[in-house]
Design a protein around this ligand. Sequence first.
Ligand code: PEP
Ligand code: MN
Length: 340
Amino acid sequence: MRLHATREEIESVCARIRDFGYKVHTIEGEERVVIGAVGVGDVTECLESLTAMPGVENAVRISAPYKFVSREFRQERSRIRVNGLEIGGSEFVVMAGPCSVESERQILTAAEAVAKAGARILRGGAFKPRTSPYDFQGLEEEGLKLLAKARQATGLAIVTEVMSDADVGLISEYADILQIGARNMQNFALLKAAGRSPRPVLLKRGMSSTLKELLMSAEYIVAHGNPNVVLCERGIRTFETATRNTCDLTAVAVLNELSHLPVIVDPSHATGKRSLVPALSRAAVAIGADGIIVEVHPWPDKAASDGAQSLTPALFHAMMQEMKPYIELWKQARGCGATA
Ligand code: PEP
Ligand code: MN
């Protein structure tokens, strides 16, 4: 719709779309309303009819199978708002914290350390997807309460994983961002439930998933009502054994071409090795990611999960310092640097 299209104009366009037999999905942006029509019908006739209506700026057919998340649908990059912060905007957003929430002392120590080093969002799993049923499964609701305490103590927003559609309501009460993990990228019941949540979603790429599949999963969330999705490249399965996964960094550039959604990189799960995390984090900045999610544990040797890939607070602080000049270049490239 045009910039200042009236409510009546918007309503008549929606009605016309329904007359043609399509379902209407309206996305209310800050500046303009975009109306999506999904379904099967006479496309050419519908487009012609809509183009002529008052208030309509343009009517186009989106050829990609993922409609709302595609660049064809929206040319400008999406900015996802979380607690006064924007992912996909003028800041390279660093999310950091332990793999799992283990105790009050652990999460508060981690939160304070990562906040001090410049992270804006605290990560920490309360519900953990573990390969073995005998491994630590997470503190569940107790863990969510500890995350809320850490948010109160530091002001950091919280991102935490939701593994089941049944838990979306509970986790949405505590978390600022819902994380959908690699293993659940195609859990369609979960994607639909996350689509009904008021919280933004961090959707991780499945370890054997194509980028098209990732975008189709994001489309599920958006189609069910939640436009606030952040994509995450966290490494995929390949024949290589030197690293836990193989980071498909090119995916960031590809996703930026195909979609308007923000994209972040997880250098911890991508490598599985703490020594490799700083190099990959710098690479994520260079390729134009919108941020990173990094595992940091106050005592990695004692971590209940993913200790080998977790940075100590001191290593995280050093990495954040080293990243500063890269992030300055990133800002200039985005047109929002100090000298831009
Ligand atoms: C995690 O973030 O701790 C996690 C389990 O990640 P992934 O789903 O990418 O394996
Ligand atoms: Mn982990």
